[in-house]
Design a protein around this ligand. Structure first.
Ligand code: PRX
Length: 650
């Protein structure tokens, strides 16, 4: 099917619509009385003390939702399903990285494990409000650890296990974590790799950390610090599974999750309990059309990212559905792996990043075609714009030409999905996240905050504006950990007069008023759906003795969405270092400082960087270079000759 003959929009089938959780009426209900609508969604949860007030926005931008209600998040994700008679339902089909290594946990099993872990954490001296860093691979203990924290009112800060000791240290220090939960090692591409050693490095100088709790995953040897280090199997396995959940205020903090901003210092995004769980649960139920009795839901995101929190843990478990949790990578031992897993467990809903879809396309359809994927009835994407070609391929090859696709726009800061089609309602368009969900309000505005008008036709170029959220929402971030000024400045200062939340994305309307999110407008890159700031990579580069200056930009990449391209100016005493060697060394330096996912695809040693007269690096022009475009406006450039020198050096 060519682009020109492909349909412009894809309505759901009548069968899908007839059985869908969400119908058109949901939009009407939310419009009629937004707060009553959210109260109704919150009451899908179980409250120990009911709330009487829905929203307190009197201290904007610091919201309080359901503030006088009390609940326990872990109780809502586990115990209540057991009490409802669903203890034997599988909560987690865990698939280890090695074929044959798998485990199923029912909701009753999960209740026991979470109870034991909660008792063990209490035994280690943790009390409500303490911070716990979780640095684990995708093993069931990761979910158990998160839920045990939630149960005790401890804030977890999950750090992606692909991050290095430096990134982990920065996050432990910022949060002043008292406990780190990790594993001896993790399996990567069929081989065990150390993990705890990074924690040893990271906590060597962290005086807040009292204990390191270690899951034995690979059996590889670890250094052991008596008194500080504790094995999970010693303290958790021997603990009692009985644990009474305490109810916490709806605004009790639930977790911290660090994300990249426009400076080199990651931001600790704060989420709280009642509002977060309300929206995680509501969006999961309606966007993914969850039928807990029959569905097998698979969100492929790592728990180190917000998607792994909201749709890998809290959304699905609050709804009592069965989910898949996979430790490995999609091409180990072969490119069949995801399709084998879908087939093995009869996955019905599959949620992944556009990068994954593009990677599957590159591998070729013979891999999915070798498997029975007919159990799939709904597909989703998240994390970056999806190009229409990949969208259509996803629908045809993975979705059997019938499964609706939900393209969900949201952010670490929004906590849960905000803009997405409802699968039984919308005729979806490839590449568009369509419209704000019922209860959510989003606008595309110009520099002055005036809403753009949808164009009269979809022919020709259309003005892009900025995406804003003009009403508070339950799962919104409650701030940046320890930095209220940065919170105001980053999200609320740009449209302070209007009171809009500034998302940092550019977007446009089409002639039907559907929203098309185009990408970040700040210095944040989106590589395979991971947010990495240019400043973070630049500071890793200038940390090397040979680098005087560095500028980093994101360039369009067919597979990863964007790829990192770095330009560096060497210090005088390194100026004659051999080319290829220093390039490899610097790329490795970034991987070591941040994570292998941040390793630049290209690195160019150049004689100087393009700057304005006031000394600001003109990244826009560097982007033109890496995209091989004509240079844009260079009139503010201090030295226009710089580009000949850069081109000659490339
Ligand atoms: O630029 C947008 C992009 O990802 C950013 C948020 O990144 P993060 O906080 O890491 O959360 C990703 C997973 C929720 C956004 O500012 N983004 C996310 N979803 C989409 C998207 N861009 C286009 N379409 C999407 N569906």
């Amino acid at each position: 099917m060519t682009e020109t003959h492909a349909p412009l929009s894809y309505p759901p089938s009548a069968e899908f619509t007839a059985q869908a959780n969400a119908a058109e009426g949901l939009y009407r209900d939310a419009e009629q009385d937004r707060l009553a609508f959210w109260a109704e969604q919150a009451n899908r949860l179980s409250w120990a003390t009911p709330f009487s007030q829905v929203l307190d926005w009197s201290e904007a931008p610091f919201a309080k939702w359901f503030a006088d209600g009390k609940l326990n998040v872990a109780y809502n994700c586990v115990d209540r399903h057991v009490e409802a008679g669903n203890g034997d339902r599988v909560a987690i089909y865990w698939e280890g990285e090695q074929i044959g290594d798998s485990r199923s946990l029912t909701y009753r099993d999960l209740q026991d494990e979470v109870g034991k872990a909660a008792n063990a954490l209490t035994g280690l001296g943790l009390v409500a409000g303490d911070r716990v860093a979780i640095y684990l691979p995708m093993i069931p203990e990761a979910i158990v650890a998160m839920l045990a924290c939630a149960r005790l009112g401890l804030m977890h800060s999950v750090v992606f296990a692909g991050y290095t000791a430096n990134a982990l240290r920065a996050r432990i220090d910022d949060a002043e974590a008292k406990l780190v939960i990790t594993a001896d090692g993790q399996f990567r591409r069929g081989k065990p790799a150390p993990l705890k050693n990074a924690v040893d490095d990271a906590v060597a100088s962290a005086d807040t950390v009292e204990h390191v709790l270690v899951v034995r995953r690979t059996g590889i040897e670890v250094d052991w610090k008596q008194g500080r280090d504790v094995w999970w199997h010693d303290v958790v396995d021997s603990a009692s599974p009985e644990h009474d959940p305490e109810a916490f205020d709806a605004e009790h903090p639930l977790f911290l999750l660090y994300t990249s901003g426009t400076t080199g210092k990651p931001k600790g995004i704060v989420h709280t309990s009642g509002g977060y769980l309300t929206q995680a649960s509501y969006t999961h139920h309606n966007i993914f059309d969850i039928k807990p009795e029959t569905d097998v839901f698979w969100c492929t995101a790592d728990i180190g990212w917000v998607t792994g929190h909201t749709y890998g843990v809290y959304g699905p478990l609050s709804n009592g559905v069965t989910e898949i949790f996979f430790e490995g990578t999609p091409d180990t031992p072969s490119q069949h792996r995801h399709f084998q897993i879908i087939e093995k467990y009869g996955a019905t809903i599959y949620y992944t990043a556009p990068t994954m879809v593009r990677t599957f396309m590159k591998w070729g359809r013979e891999f999915p075609d070798a498997h029975d994927l007919s159990s799939l009835r709904l597909l989703g994407t998240v994390g970056e714009p999806i190009n229409p070609e990949a969208w259509r391929w996803y629908r045809t090859v993975i979705g059997g030409d019938s499964a609706p696709i939900v393209d969900t726009w949201w952010q670490t800061e929004t906590g849960a999905a905000m803009i997405s089609p409802l699968p039984g309602v919308a005729a979806t368009k490839p590449g568009s996240a369509m419209a704000a969900l019922p209860g959510i309000s989003a606008k595309v505005v110009d520099d002055h905050g005036d809403e753009l008008a949808p164009p009269s036709t979809d022919e020709g170029e259309h003005a892009a504006g900025y995406l804003v959220l003009d009403q508070p929402w339950p799962s919104m971030l409650r701030g940046i950990w320890g930095d209220p000024d940065r919170f105001r400045e980053t999200y609320w200062s740009r449209y302070a007069e209007h009171g809009y939340y500034f998302a940092g994305d550019s977007a446009r309307y089409d002639s039907d008023g559907a929203i098309w999110v185009m990408g970040r407008i700040d210095d944040v890159m989106n590589v395979s759906g991971h947010r990495i700031s240019t400043a973070e990579v630049e500071s890793a580069l200038v940390g090397h003795a040979g680098v005087a200056e560095a500028a980093v930009v994101g360039a369009t990449d067919d597979t990863t969405g964007q790829a990192i391209c770095a330009f560096v100016v060497l210090t005088a005493d390194h100026a004659d270092t051999a080319g290829a060697e220093i390039i490899d060394e610097l790329r490795a330096e970034v991987a070591k400082e941040i994570s292998p996912i941040a390793r630049p695809r290209e690195l160019h040693v150049v004689p100087e960087l393009p700057k304005t007269r006031s000394g600001k690096i003109m990244r826009r022009l560097l982007r033109d270079i890496v995209e091989k475009r004509e240079l844009g406006d260079t009139s503010t450039l201090l030295d226009p000759g710089v580009f000949d020198a850069i081109r000659a050096a490339k």
